[in-house]
Ligand binder design. Sequence first.
Ligand SMILES: Nc1ncnc2c1ncn2[C@@H]1O[C@H](COP(=O)(O)OP(=O)(O)O)[C@@H](O)[C@H]1O
Ligand SMILES: Cc1cn([C@H]2C[C@H](O)[C@@H](COP(=O)(O)OP(=O)(O)O)O2)c(=O)[nH]c1=O
Length: 212
Amino acid sequence: MSTAARFISFEGIDGAGKSSHIDAVADLLRQAELPLLLTREPGGTPLAEELRGLFLHRPMDALTEALLVFAARRDHLSTRIVPALAQGQTVLCDRFTDATFAYQGAGRGFDLAVLTQLETWVQNGLQPDLTLWFDVPPAVAAARRSAARAPDRLEQEDTEFFDRVRAGYLARAEADPSRFVRIDAQQTLEAVRADVLKVVTERVLARRGAPT
Ligand SMILES: Nc1ncnc2c1ncn2[C@@H]1O[C@H](COP(=O)(O)OP(=O)(O)O)[C@@H](O)[C@H]1O
Ligand SMILES: Cc1cn([C@H]2C[C@H](O)[C@@H](COP(=O)(O)OP(=O)(O)O)O2)c(=O)[nH]c1=O
């Protein structure tokens, strides 16, 4: 049997619903007494949270966006994620590098080869063990967002941008099918939650104690 996923990322276009389910995953894992780090990108450390504020609210070009998110990621990895994994914690991360490929790469049209190089430098081969991709048509996500909150800089982009971002996630999922699980996020909140908790039960809880 494969080992339990310990580095788990949550991805999807803005308004897909991922933030609504991360706490339920955390509750499930806490009930099973797994030590957890609950974190997010861009962010997760004091420095990276400062970079997040700049990223979300200041105008900038696609290369600057990519450099900022990878700078934040470097600090996050070296000061929080890698130490947490070394201590045996399970890491739940609201977005990771797939977001950079989807938003800066597919959405902005930035050079994927440069992103791949930055990914190699910054992560040195480390990837999530499991990525839950909340997939939803952009029009559905836009309706959810507009009912819920004022848009930040990325959320002001049009439907075509989010079509490209969604296609970017699909390409990443197809390139790494054993890591990605697509969640049909167009379903009701309850149905999405049931799917998410089933995947986490199978890929994390049922595999605890399996030989490495
Ligand atoms: N399956 C769903 N059906 C209907 N509304 C949803 C669903 N999932 C999330 N929402 C609502 O959509 C809004 C955006 O959800 P959120 O979890 O913040 O999305 P994300 O973190 O992916 O941007 C929230 O108001 C949330 O209650
Ligand atoms: C991690 C990351 C996020 N983003 C974007 C996606 C989101 O629009 C924004 C912040 O993500 P997020 O915290 O998921 O926003 P919210 O929960 O409010 O929907 O940053 C990138 O463009 N590139 C990245 O590498």
